[in-house]
Every structure is written in structure tokens, then in C-alpha cells.
Design a protein around this ligand. Structure first.
Ligand code: GLA
Length: 392
């Protein structure tokens, strides 16, 4: 976030709360390069942070109350005694902030009153994890002001707990880990079982490539229930196969697993997606480590087909965008995030990004879909404290 925007947030904080902020902390949105619907199966993911960030200005207050405001929702104020926080209260967007305070207290940290004002630049409802950005910016702010010294990965888990248990939305840990730990110029390989991360260089410009993010501007109502259903599909399949999580089915064991699930064709398709997707993450990493990002195009396309046909979480708007991007010159494209609308990514030679974007817009128009928002992104930095010199 640029200096002017941070300074404006600091001014707004002072005007709204009557005291200057003690600090400003921010966290980015994310896209996932590959490894979709694998994180709640103990599998592999490969996200990168977006340039768009959400900032939280904060200061302690003496009366034990938590106040939460957002520059995007002027006039809305959540004001609650910290001791009275409980899942679902407050609700709405402020719940993502309050949930982090609640989750930190639930894990044994003493926290008193706080004023928090949010400025979010990650578009909401686009599948770009604006909620994780909000949670992670808040987690950094609250832990800094509360004197809580925890590794960023632990704070990411606290942020996920806020989303699962306070807001009541199921998710894996990918988005929060990406928002917390990503590095500029890198994708982050995360093994969600061990929590181990590896930052792999992702300098597309050097390879003459661009990564487009295509926001379909569509969010199907099915998203939450569909996600929860996939979550339980996978747990049921793991139980039937006698493994702790689908991560434990190796690629070589897939034919045997599918044979055992012959009477459960839906579960078999879910398993095939998760097992092949984990393998695709590893194949992608091999190519990136070898400095050959242009060769991951076919893997991205295979991932999309698997999400569409086996995991059944795509949507017509995403399928149209992905097909058009490839027809327009992209090396590969796929939906990214939970699906049922939201965003897709396309990897294109820099010289073809204009034609790919134009093809996506034309195809949406022909199909009667909303006109997507399209932009090239660079892998950006994870959560941080925005030093006072950048906004005072
Ligand atoms: C959402 C969830 C993540 C992950 C993706 C699918 O973004 O928040 O935890 O499960 O969907 O890969």
C-alpha cells in the first residue's frame, strides 16, 4: 500500500477514535498457482501473494472494549467488550477481525481493549482471499500490541481458527499461510501436513512471461455449501480407504484406491482429483526449480480439467475464461481458490497477454457473462508491519 494511502488511514484512525494509531500492519491477498482443494487433505499447495493488501491501523484502549471500523464501510461500527466476544458476535466483516482477537484469547493470551480501523484493497468475493488478508493484518496488529511473540505460521493458524470457529466458514490453512509468509518474487511451496515451506523463485519477467488474474466477478451461492460438501467427501473417502488423509494415497496407489471406491463414483472422482493435483504441484515445483516456468502451462490446464470434471467446483464463467485465455495465446490457465465463481489465472508469454485478455473479454461477452476484470500480477510480499516512517 502506498505512503499516501497509509497516511490517509492513520488520519482516519485519529479522527474516528480520538487517538493516533500505535502502528499499521498489512497483509496481501493471494492466488494459488496450483494445488487446489488439497490443503484440507494434508496435501501440497503453491500460492503467491498479490500486490493488493489490507491494512489494519490499531491502538490499545483502556476500557476493555474492541472497536472495529473499515474505510470501505463508513458508518458501520462494531463495539463490543473483549470479554464478551463469542462465535458469530459480532457478525459480518467485523467478525473476521473480532474472531482473531477471540482466537488469541482462546489460546491463552491476555488481551485488553483495542481500536482497529481497516483499509482493504483486496477485492471481496473474488476468490482472492480478502478474508485471510483481513485476518492476518489483524493478527499481526493484535499480537504486536498485546506483546504476543509467536511465529508467523502459528499466527496463520490462529487466523484460520478465527475463520472456522468464530465466523463459521470452513477452510484449509493455505490462504492464511500465504498471506503471512509469502515473499516477493517467489511462490510458496507449503506442505500442509508438516507446515514446512519453501520459497521458490518466480521471476516471470525474466522468462518473458506474465501471470494474469481474471476476476469473473461472479460468485455462485453454492460456494459455501459446495466447499463444505467437498470437505466431507474427502474425509469420507479417506475413512473408506483407511488413511489419515487423502495425502496418504500416493500417485502409484491411485488405481487401487479407485478400485476400492468402485461403489462410490463421486468419492472416487474426488480422490482422483486430490491425488493427481498433489502430483501436479510436485511436477510444477520441479519445473520452477529448473528455471522452466513456461513449461508449466499444460499442468495448469490439467489442473483446471480435474477441478471441473472430477472435483466439480468450477463454473461456466471460469470454464469460458480458461478456454478463451488458452485460445488467445496463454500457455495455461486454471481456476484458482475455492471455485464456484471467483477468479482464474492465466500464464502467458508477455507478448500474448493482451490477446489472451481480449479473448477472455470477448468470450464472456458472447456467453452473456459479466465482463471480467483482468490484470497482470507480480508475486508480492507477505504480512508486515508498515514502518511508521511510511505513514507518519
Ligand atoms: C479456499 C480455502 C482454502 C483452500 C481453497 C481451495 O480458498 O480458503 O483453504 O481450500 O479454497 O484450494
Amino acid at each position: 500500500m502506498d505512503r499516501a494511502r497509509l497516511a490517509k488511514l492513520a488520519d482516519a484512525f485519529a479522527a474516528l477514535t480520538g487517538q493516533p494509531p500505535a502502528g499499521i500492519w498489512s497483509a496481501p491477498g493471494r492466488v494459488n498457482l496450483i494445488g487446489e482443494h488439497t490443503d484440507y487433505n494434508d496435501g501440497f499447495v503453491l500460492p503467491l501473494a498479490l500486490p493488493a493488501r489490507t491494512a489494519a491501523a490499531a491502538a490499545v484502549r483502556a476500557d476493555g472494549r474492541l472497536t472495529v471500523r473499515s474505510l470501505q464501510w463508513p458508518g458501520e461500527l462494531a463495539d463490543v467488550a473483549v470479554a464478551d466476544l463469542r462465535p458469530g458476535h459480532p457478525g459480518g466483516w467485523a467478525g473476521y477481525v473480532a474472531g482473531v482477537v477471540w482466537a488469541l484469547r482462546a489460546s491463552g493470551h491476555q488481551l485488553g481493549g483495542l481500536d482497529i480501523v481497516i483499509d482493504g484493497a483486496v477485492p471481496a468475493g473474488s476468490g482472492l482471499s480478502s478474508s485471510a488478508a483481513l485476518e492476518c493484518a489483524t493478527a499481526l496488529a493484535v499480537s504486536a500490541l498485546g506483546g504476543i511473540h509467536q511465529p508467523l505460521a502459528d499466527l496463520a493458524r490462529v487466523a484460520r481458527q478465527a475463520e472456522n470457529d468464530f465466523v463459521g466458514v470452513p477452510c484449509g490453512v493455505m490462504d492464511q499461510m500465504a498471506a503471512m509468509l509469502s515473499r516477493a518474487g517467489h511462490v510458496m511451496f507449503l506442505d500442509t501436513r508438516t507446515g514446512q515451506t519453501e520459497h521458490i523463485p518466480f521471476d516471470l519477467a525474466r522468462s518473458g512471461l506474465e501471470l494474469l488474474v481474471i476476476d469473473t466477478r461472479v460468485h455462485h451461492d453454492l460456494a459455501d455449501s459446495g466447499y463444505a460438501e467437498r470437505f466431507s467427501n474427502c474425509a469420507a473417502a479417506a475413512r473408506l480407504l483407511g488413511v489419515r488423509a487423502l495425502r496418504d494415497v500416493p500417485a502409484a496407489g491411485l488405481p487401487g484406491a479407485l478400485a476400492r471406491l468402485a461403489a462410490e463414483p463421486v468419492l472416487a472422482r474426488r480422490v482422483r482429483h486430490v491425488v493427481t493435483e498433489n502430483a501436479r504441484v510436485l511436477d510444477t515445483i520441479d519445473l520452477l526449480r529448473a528455471g522452466q516456468p513456461a513449461r508449466i502451462g499444460p499442468i495448469l490446464r490439467a489442473s483446471h480439467a480435474s477441478l471441473r470434471d472430477d472435483f466439480e467446483v468450477s463454473a461456466p464463467e471460469l470454464d469460458t475464461a480458461v478456454a478463451a485465455a488458452v485460445a488467445g495465446g496463454a500457455l495455461g490457465a486454471r481456476m484458482t481458490g475455492g471455485g464456484f465463481g471467483g477468479s482464474a489465472i492465466a500464464l502467458t508469454p508477455a507478448a500474448a497477454s493482451g490477446s489472451a485478455a481480449a479473448a477472455v473479454v470477448a468470450a464472456a461477452d458472447r456467453a452473456g457473462h459479466p465482463v471480467p476484470t483482468i490484470g497482470a500480477v507480480l508475486a508480492s510480499a507477505g504480512a508486515r508491519c508498515d514502518s511508521a516512517t511510511s505513514w507518519r
